[in-house]
Design a protein around this ligand. Sequence first.
Ligand SMILES: *Cc1c(COP(=O)(O)O)cnc(C)c1O
Length: 299
Amino acid sequence: MRLWEMRKLLLVWELLDHQEAIMLAGLAFKRKWQQKRKAEGKPFDKPNIVTGANVQVCREKFASYFEVELKEVKLREGYYVMDPEKAVEMVDENTICVAAILGSTLTGEFENVKQLNELLTLENKETGWDTPIHVDAASGGFIAPFLLPDLECDFRLPLVKSINVSSHKYGLVYAGVGWVVWRSKEDLPDELIFHINYLGSDQPAFTLNFSEGASKYAVELVLCLFQQLILLPYSFINIDICCKIALNKSYTMPTDVQHIALLRVVIREDFSRSLAERLVSDIERLKGNGCAPRPHYLV
Ligand SMILES: *Cc1c(COP(=O)(O)O)cnc(C)c1O
């Protein structure tokens, strides 16, 4: 989302360590859910979060550290992201949110947030719950708004209450920096905000760290402004994305599709013909070794 759109649209954002941002977004959902359950006189000791088994380790960490049961929608051969229908089937009264991923860490695919929003709206209507959606746009958040502006996967969908983005996946910032943005002030429980005045004025804070160097955030803000004011945002973002893309990763898939090993190939701007030829010959060699590589998803 471009900054000028963000200014109009959003009331609450935090520029943080990205993992911290993810923890805090989850904590806000947990606390909101607990408040509601307390007000209704219902038990509030068994929160769960629904997500695909393609989940990034940060969400497993959140579930463990903040004592929230992680309910994973299974993957199946040929379908490596969260199936919205199955996700909604797993939702119950203790679900703090469904976390969808824009840019699965495994394959880069986007989950269908729009369909999830539709199905969950129906489920909420039937049951009287109001289960919200979180969008983990760690890698997709800086792509979708520019390349796929009509893809509804953000605050255009009423159940989407918060979105996180990882800045450092696109370079030009220090490693680890990220954002979390909430739809409105109401989606961030007041009791989680601490007010300090160590520097002579009221400073609301929602962080896990206390004293911390600000340089990494300053660099990101300055670059964002620079990008806004001086460079054409589109060309800048495109170059930025391309420069970052340099990785070949291999890993086995999660439970249920563990027998599949994945080689992720991301092509960057300076990918040359000779590199392409080397890649093809490597793949051919794999075939010769009895492997049967199959392309799954190409951007
Ligand atoms: C990379 C990634 C994260 C974690 O991001 P970091 O900035 O590396 O901490 C979280 N979720 C998804 C889907 C990711 O791809």
